[in-house]
Design a protein around this ligand. Structure first.
Ligand code: FAD
Length: 559
C-alpha cells in the first residue's frame, strides 16, 4: 500500500493503513516540510468546550459547513466529517498535540468565519505545524517506511485498476516503478497555478494531474478559494484566527466596511464574501494607496496578541515591517485553497479500483463551493483515516497479480518522455511560460469572472500549451534536477488551469467562490450539480453529477 504525500492527510492515512497492511509513504519533501505545516488558525470540531458553545453539536457544524459551501457540498460526506471530528481531535490530543487551553484545561476554541459557534480548536497560530509533528511522531513510532524526496510522476492503471506508480528519486534522478495493490493520493492543493497565492511552490496539484491523466475526472475545479487576509504584497497568510480573536478590517477611511456586505457576521462572514468585499473596496477607490486594506488587531492588546497570534505578528514584522501591536497590517485577497480535486466518494474511493484520495487533492466533496476555515485540517484527519483503512483492506483482498509488465511498460514510457524533454524541442523557457500562466489566472480567473475574460484565458492557455511543446533543452544532470521537476510541474499545471477555466466557463451562475459578473445569481435549477472534467485529446470534456442532499435543502445565504 502506497500513500503519495507526507502532509497531514498522507500521514494520517499511513498510520491507519499500517494497522492492516505493509505501508510506505512517498513524498517530494520531508513530511515536516509539507504545506500542512503552514496552517495557522485551527481545526474545527463541535467539542462544546466553552460556555459560548455548550449547545454546539455535529448537526450545527454540518449546517454551517453546508451553508458555507453554498449548498454544493455532498451532505452525506459532511455528516461523516462533522460526526467524526471530535474523536479525531481527541486522538490528536492524546498523541500529544499541544492545543491551546481554556482556564479549566480543556482544548480552547475560537470563532471562525461562517460558524454559528466558536468551534475552532487551535495551538496558538501554528496549529498545522503542531498537528503535523504529532502525526509524524506516530509514523516514526510505527516505523512506516518514508521515501523522502521522491517525486511521483504518474500512476500505472490497467483495466480500471491501479497497479502502482512511477516516481523519481530527486537526490539521484533515478526513475523507479513502485508496485502497489492500492494507492492513496494525498498530494495537497494546486495554489501555485495562481501568481497571487498563500500556498508554497510545492503546491502544484501534482496528484490531481496524475489522477486526471489516469482516467479519474476532476470535480468542481472552478471553485478556488481566495483568502481575504493575506499580507500585502507577499500573500503570506494572516490567519482568520485574527478575526476570530476580534480583528477589524478597515478601508482607507478607517471604516469597518463589512457592515455594508455582511451586517450580522461582519469580519466573520465566510471567506468568499469577505474576499470579494475587500476587492470591491479596493476597486472602488477605498483601498489604502488603491492597493490594500487594513487588518487591525491593535485593540486586542499585546498580551493577547503574544499568546494567541504570535506567528502572524512575527510574519508582519519580518515581511511588511509592520508591528501589529502598534500598526494595522496591510492585506489583500490571494488564492488560498483548492475546493475541487480528484473525484472521490465519502469512502475516499475513486472510479479507478484501488486508487483513493484524501486531503486537499481530493474532492469528496465536503467544502462544495466555499470551504469554511478550520474544516480543511479536519478533512485531512477524518478522511486520511478512512482512506488508510479502505486502501489497506482493498490491498489485503487483492490476489498477488501479474502487474509487472504494465509497470515496466509505464516506466519505459516515462523514461522516454523525460529523455525527450531533456533533449528539448525548441527554445521556449518553461519559467517564462509558468509566470505567464500564473499571471493570466490572476488577471482573468480570479475573484470576479466573466465569459469574455474566461474565453481569453482559454485561448491563452491553448497558446501556452503550444509553446510547451517547444521547450528548450532541460538541464541533463541527474542529482537534484529541479529544472526537470519544474518542467514536469508545468505540464501538470497547464492541464489543471485548462480544467479550471473550462469548468468556470461552463458554470453560468454565481455560487460560493465562483462569481460570474455576467451571471450574478445562483441557479439551482441548472447548476446545483458537481462539475466533472474528463481528460480527452481535445481538452477537458465537462459533465455534471448530482449533489447529495440528505439533511438541508438549499436556502439563500444571509450573513
Ligand atoms: C498558509 C495556509 C494556512 C492554512 N491554515 C489552515 C487552518 O488554520 N485550518 C485549516 O483547516 N486549513 C488551513 N489551511 C489549509 C490546510 O492547511 C491544507 O488544506 C491541508 O493542510 C492540506 O493537507 P494535505 O495533507 O492534503 O496536503 P499537504 O500538507 O500540502 O501535503 C501534500 C504532500 O504531498 C506531497 N506531494 C505532492 N506532490 C507530490 C508528488 N508528485 N510526489 C510525491 N509527493 C508529492 C508533498 O511532498 C506533501 O508531503 C491553510 C492553508 C494555507 C496555505
Amino acid at each position: 500500500m502506497i500513500v503519495v504525500g507526507g502532509g497531514l492527510a498522507g500521514l494520517r492515512a499511513a498510520i491507519e493503513s499500517s494497522k492492516y497492511a505493509d505501508t510506505a509513504i512517498i513524498s517530494r519533501v520531508h513530511p515536516l516540510r509539507s504545506h500542512t505545516g503552514a496552517a495557522q488558525g485551527g481545526i474545527n470540531a463541535a467539542l462544546g468546550n466553552i460556555e459560548a458553545n455548550k449547545d454546539d453539536n455535529w448537526q450545527k457544524h454540518a449546517y454551517d459547513t453546508i451553508k458555507g459551501a453554498d449548498f454544493l457540498a455532498d451532505q452525506d460526506a459532511v455528516e461523516v466529517m462533522t460526526k467524526d471530528g471530535p474523536e479525531r481531535i481527541i486522538e490528536m490530543e492524546h498523541w500529544g498535540c499541544p492545543f491551546s487551553r481554556t482556564e479549566e484545561g480543556k482544548i480552547a476554541q475560537r470563532p471562525f468565519g461562517g460558524a454559528g459557534y466558536p468551534r475552532t480548536c487551535f495551538a496558538a497560530d501554528k496549529t498545522g505545524h503542531y498537528l503535523l509533528v504529532t502525526a509524524y511522531e506516530q509514523v516514526l513510532k510505527r516505523k512506516i517506511k518514508v521515501y523522502e524526496e521522491w517525486f511521483a510522476t504518474s500512476l500505472v492503471v490497467d483495466k480500471g485498476t491501479v497497479l502502482g506508480l512511477i516516481a523519481m528519486d530527486i537526490i539521484t534522478g533515478d526513475l523507479e516503478a513502485f508496485k502497489a495493490k492500492s494507492v492513496i493520493l494525498a498530494t495537497g492543493g494546486a495554489g501555485w497555478i495562481y501568481g497571487k497565492t498563500s500556498n508554497s511552490m510545492i503546491n502544484t496539484g501534482s496528484g490531481m494531474a496524475m489522477a486526471y491523466r489516469a482516467g479519474v475526472p476532476l470535480k468542481d475545479m472552478e471553485f478556488v478559494q481566495f483568502h481575504p487576509t493575506t499580507l500585502y504584497p507577499t500573500c503570506i497568510l494572516m490567519t482568520e484566527g485574527a478575526r476570530g480573536e476580534g480583528a477589524y478590517i478597515v478601508n482607507s477611511q478607517g471604516e469597518r466596511f463589512m457592515q455594508r456586505y455582511a451586517p450580522k457576521a461582519m469580519e466573520l462572514a465566510p471567506r468568499d464574501i469577505v474576499a470579494r468585499s475587500i476587492q470591491t473596496e479596493i476597486d472602488q477607490g477605498r483601498g489604502v494607496k488603491s492597493l490594500y486594506v487594513h487588518l487591525d488587531i491593535r485593540h486586542l492588546g499585546k498580551k493577547k496578541i503574544m499568546a494567541r497570534l504570535p506567528g502572524i505578528r512575527d510574519l508582519a514584522i519580518d515581511f511588511a515591517a509592520v508591528d501589529p501591536v502598534k500598526e494595522p497590517i496591510p492585506i489583500w485577497p490571494a488564492q488560498h485553497y483548492t475546493m475541487g480535486g480528484v473525484d472521490s466518494n465519502a469512502k475516499c474511493e475513486t472510479r479507478v479500483k484501488g486508487l483513493y484520495a484524501a486531503g486537499e487533492c481530493a474532492c469528496i466533496s465536503v467544502h462544495g463551493a466555499n470551504r469554511l476555515g478550520g474544516n480543511s485540517l479536519l478533512e485531512t484527519v477524518v478522511f486520511g483515516k478512512i482512506a488508510g483503512e479502505g486502501a489497506a483492506k482493498f490491498a489485503n483482498g487483492t490476489a498477488e497479480d501479474s502487474g509487472a509488465e504494465p509497470l515496466q511498460g509505464a516506466l519505459k514510457a516515462q523514461k522516454e518522455h523525460l529523455r525527450l524533454l531533456q533533449e528539448g524541442y525548441g527554445d521556449e523557457d518553461p519559467s517564462v511560460i509558468r509566470e505567464e500562466m500564473r499571471n493570466l489566472m490572476v488577471d482573468k480567473v480570479f475573484l470576479f469572472r466573466n465569459k469574455e475574460g474566461l474565453e481569453e484565458a482559454k485561448a491563452e492557455i491553448s497558446r501556452l500549451r503550444t509553446r510547451l511543446a517547444k521547450l528548450r533543452p532541460i538541464m541533463s544532470h541527474k542529482v537534484y534536477n529541479l529544472d526537470l521537476i519544474r518542467a514536469i510541474e508545468l505540464e501538470e499545471m497547464l492541464d489543471l488551469s485548462e480544467v479550471i477555466v473550462a469548468s468556470a466557463l461552463n458554470r453560468e451562475e454565481s455560487r460560493g467562490s465562483h462569481l460570474r459578473l455576467d451571471f450574478p445569481k445562483r441557479d439551482d435549477i441548472r447548476f446545483l450539480k458537481h462539475t466533472l472534467a474528463h481528460k480527452t485529446s481535445e481538452g477537458p470534456r465537462i459533465e455534471y453529477s448530482d449533489v447529495r442532499i440528505t439533511m438541508y435543502q438549499p436556502e439563500e445565504r444571509q450573513y
